[in-house]
Design a binder for this molecule. Sequence first.
Ligand SMILES: Cc1cc2nc3c(=O)[nH]c(=O)nc-3n(C[C@H](O)[C@H](O)[C@H](O)COP(=O)(O)OP(=O)(O)OC[C@H]3O[C@@H](n4cnc5c(N)ncnc54)[C@H](O)[C@@H]3O)c2cc1C
Ligand code: SF4
Length: 472
Amino acid sequence: MGKVTGFIEIERHDRTYKPAADRIRNFKEFVIPLEERDLERQAARCMDCGIPFCHNGCPVNNQIPDWNDLVYNSDWEEASRNLHSTNNFPEFTGRICPAPCEAACTLNIDDSPVTIKTIECAIVDRAWDEGWIKPQIAETKTGKRIAVVGSGPAGMAAAQQLARVGHEVHLYEKNETPGGLLRLGIPDFKMEKHLIDRRMDQMIAEGVVLHCGIHIGVDMTAAELEANHDAVLLCGGSEMPRDLPVDGRELDGVHFAMDFLPQQNRRVAGSNLGEVEPILASAKHVVVIGGGDTGSDCIGTSIRQGALSVVQLEIMPEPPERENKGLTWPHWPLKMRTSSSQEEGAERDFAVTTMSMGGENGHVTHINCARVDEKFQPIAGTEFELKADLVLLAMGFVHPVAEGLINDLELELDGRGNVLADTNAYATNRDKVFSAGDMRRGQSLVVWAIREGRQAARSVDAFLMGSSELPR
Ligand SMILES: Cc1cc2nc3c(=O)[nH]c(=O)nc-3n(C[C@H](O)[C@H](O)[C@H](O)COP(=O)(O)OP(=O)(O)OC[C@H]3O[C@@H](n4cnc5c(N)ncnc54)[C@H](O)[C@@H]3O)c2cc1C
Ligand code: SF4
């Protein structure tokens, strides 16, 4: 523990954002990092708790008190080594993780947790700037050939771990670029995409062979995949969106969030949108249905595209401003949170359901809503109409797409339609086929995908070699 009285003397101080009026003019990141001196002071607030709840709250079990101490003592290079021992991609989580570690921090009992996520991000950004992050090339090769299907954070983490212990890893991705939802779902203003390219360059130098534009189950059959590899790890994500089967759903102008967001990410990247119909919020009244991360990303993107208004509807009741710490800490609390995108000018409404959508000449013009009771049933007499030229459905994802690869491999599914595999072996019912990330656990978070990718890599390595040195 760096400074014994740090948490008493030093106030919590976190990164700030550029003003909304400036940041909505482009799709760039807008977080203003803390100065080095400030970061070291913030790290000094860590109490090195006997039971570090932060470490348990973090899905990759980052050794948070250790690197807080290293930062306080200005040993940033060792802090980076320590951080990378549990997390392959801290520059992703340091930007977009909701930070369950901070909810779990002992100082959060007092609403002033250590600024863990900011320190994490600063450690890894500095490590890249200083040139401390280098490819870790295996000294000996095992001669084993592994297919990792899906290049989201789960597939990337698994591929990197497996290449580092000497396997020949082939990472297959159906899209034109790697990264999964990091690349095409999460907007650039939350995480710029050169960060993925830089990591992929590192992974390619470590021996990962990247095959983009290969849809397994379409461009390569499941049988070929199995025949050509000693083990197969499926990290295809949870891509089936939850639909809203109401009258008017078929109208033009009603789209899934994941039809809208990838288009903008491709525009920012300067890639070709192909034959698809452009979906733009410019000069439109936008209604976003769904209150989670995806909904927020639709808001920020719509505002940057020049929407006239953005309303976000959530079926759940408005959560409390402040959680009851005695009941929730150190767990993730349900409380009112306002994302940077919501701050930029969206109107939010809670406990609302969509009854139908109406339109003219085949195009949506409005949606018909009603307030709901505690059983989510519409309350008679509370109906209202909202103007809408663009409706974005952001109500989450139900399970992976089974048609194609999953069905061809005859994989067993769990009760929710995810690929059935436990979190010990990550093995499916089919010999030498494993699964991790959202495809196995259902829609989740980047940090959970990294954890599952790392753990599944260990299991695949042990399956091929009899034992594994990789961490769990
Ligand atoms: C809009 C949006 C915003 C989000 N924001 C956040 C956030 O701020 N913070 C956070 O922690 N989480 C966020 N999430 C959740 C997070 O992105 C996911 O939990 C995470 O990306 C899951 O990682 P994954 O590797 O399991 O799957 P994915 O990232 O979904 O990657 C799966 C990859 O597999 C590929 N694939 C699928 N099938 C095949 C096949 N047959 N052949 C070849 N390739 C295939 C897909 O093209 C995709 O690239 C967000 C999700 C969305 C949709
Ligand atoms: S819980 Fe908070 S104060 Fe305690 S070790 Fe973790 S970061 Fe430091």
